[in-house]
Design a protein around this ligand. Structure first.
Ligand code: SF4
Ligand code: SF4
Length: 210
């Protein structure tokens, strides 16, 4: 990983996001999202959080702020960026039964987030992505982390840890939570974000001393 200025980071992140916004690797996901979820936060971050995909928990700004506060307090980290392993949010939905008259790849959600099948706001339920969807989207996250090159990387969920660590050639095979070093980065592989309250944060911090 290389050191770069904030301007370099902005330019390279925008280039990566442009490609993600035009990406058609997962048509089954794209038909029910307006656009991929892009990373947000400080572009010279001390820490990058990686969530598996957008969900009801991490889309709630209060939950996100509390999570950032817990980690800022525990580790003295203030500059934080968060992103997703799979950018187009997978959803479960009974409305997707017969798409023959629309075509399998047709966009089902309009600019106002209304479903063209039900004529009401999309009420698909966020679900976890498949392994295939993770593999399809993985390159964007690897590129994003390489650009931002943070000191701390928090991988939320065993699958996030598993896929990213293997992509870096690291085979940890440990029970979460655990911490390891990769190049100059401290990598925290922890449970899903829903579990990361103050007490869990302290439990993970204690691993640093053990
Ligand atoms: S409500 Fe419509 S747009 Fe939303 S997930 Fe279901 S089929 Fe897709
Ligand atoms: S989930 Fe990722 S790989 Fe799949 S279409 Fe969206 S941006 Fe592309």
């Amino acid at each position: 990983m290389i050191n770069a200025t904030r301007e370099d980071n902005i330019r390279r992140i925008i280039s990566m996001e442009d490609r993600a916004l035009k990406c058609y690797r997962c048509p089954e996901l794209q038909r029910c999202v307006r656009k991929p979820n892009l990373g947000k936060g400080d572009l010279e971050p001390e820490a990058v959080f990686v969530f598996e995909s957008a969900n009801n928990f991490n889309e709630d700004i209060d939950n996100l702020l509390q999570l950032r506060k817990n980690i800022s307090t525990a580790y003295g980290i203030n500059k934080i960026y968060h992103t997703f392993l799979v950018r187009c949010q997978p959803k479960a939905c009974p409305a997707i039964t017969n798409l023959s008259c629309y075509g399998e790849d047709a966009k089902l959600i309009d600019k106002d987030y209304k479903c063209i099948l039900t004529n009401s706001l999309c009420d698909g339920v966020p679900i976890r992505p498949t392994d295939t969807q993770i593999v399809s989207c993985l390159s964007y996250t690897i590129e994003e982390i390489a650009i931002l090159n943070p000191n701390y990387i928090f991988l939320f969920g065993e699958r996030v840890g598993d896929f990213l660590l293997k992509s870096w050639g690291v085979f940890a095979d440990k029970e979460v939570p655990y911490i390891l070093q990769y190049e100059d980065n401290n990598i925290f592989v922890v449970d899903y974000e829903e579990k990361f309250d103050e007490s869990y944060c302290n439990e993970v911090k204690a691993l640093l001393k053990s």
